[in-house]
Ligand binder design. Structure first.
Ligand code: 1PW
Length: 211
């Protein structure tokens, strides 16, 4: 059986994500997502269609990283440079490069924003607050803007079925509520820094709307 999820491991992978020059290591970025997928899987089947898409995107990037041009995929920065210089990205409409590293990572990047917003509202939530509402609000403020109606509907249904706040705190596997809140407070700035660096890089290269 796979090792149990722990929030501590997510924190560590996101901490390993940044090089001294503030470049984002794809290897650890993917490791962070793999942790989050194992988290989603503990939340039950409703999340399986969500985690399936994340798993397939992680797989695409892993294949690039371990493939023959893998040395160009060490950091997000080197990937962007390599793919753009070699015309490996569909910029305005889908063409020959529907699975470019840039567009694939962009999907995970947008989802990371959702996660950041959600974890932050969990962190600051009160006992009676509803996780389904927090999830929906975070989603509407981020990812939903990039999803078509059908996906938004399906995601909405999944969110209605998510476990309550107590379960979330338990599943994080990081001690009692106070400890989880503290660890979230420590993790979120790391996630947010990785997000922001990627966002700025994509903005600078006009990649934020890749099809
Ligand atoms: C509780 C912790 C969970 C955090 C993970 C949040 C991930 C949310 C991903 C939602 C995915 C919904 C189903 C898939 C939709 C795809 O169409 C979409 N993928 C994503 C990641 O947004 C866009 O990818 P595509 O269709 O352009 O390849």
């Amino acid at each position: 059986m796979a090792e149990a999820f722990s929030l501590q491991k997510v924190l560590e992978t996101f901490r390993s994500c940044l090089s001294e020059e503030k470049e984002v290591y794809i290897k650890y970025y993917l490791a962070g997502w793999q942790e989050l997928v194992s988290f989603m899987n503990t939340l039950g089947n409703v999340f399986s269609f969500i985690s399936k898409d994340v798993v397939s995107k992680v797989q695409i990037l892993e294949n690039l990283l371990t493939g023959e041009n893998g040395s160009h995929y060490v950091t997000v920065q080197s990937m962007v440079k390599y793919e753009l210089e070699n015309n490996l990205v569909d910029i305005t409409k889908r063409g020959n490069h529907i699975e470019s590293g840039c567009r694939t990572l962009l999907r995970l990047h947008r989802a990371l924003r959702w996660l950041e917003l959600f974890l932050d509202s969990l962190r600051t939530s009160k006992e009676d607050d509803k996780t389904s509402v927090m999830c929906c609000d975070a989603y509407n403020e981020s990812l939903a803007q990039h999803h078509p109606w059908l996906i938004r509907k399906a995601v909405g249904v999944a969110f209605c079925a998510i476990p309550g706040r107590d379960t979330f705190f338990q599943v994080m596997n990081a001690g009692d509520e106070t400890q989880v809140v503290a660890l979230l407070g420590e993790s979120l700035p790391l996630i947010s820094e990785v997000y922001q660096i990627t966002e700025d890089l994509y903005a600078k290269n006009n990649l934020l709307e890749l099809p």
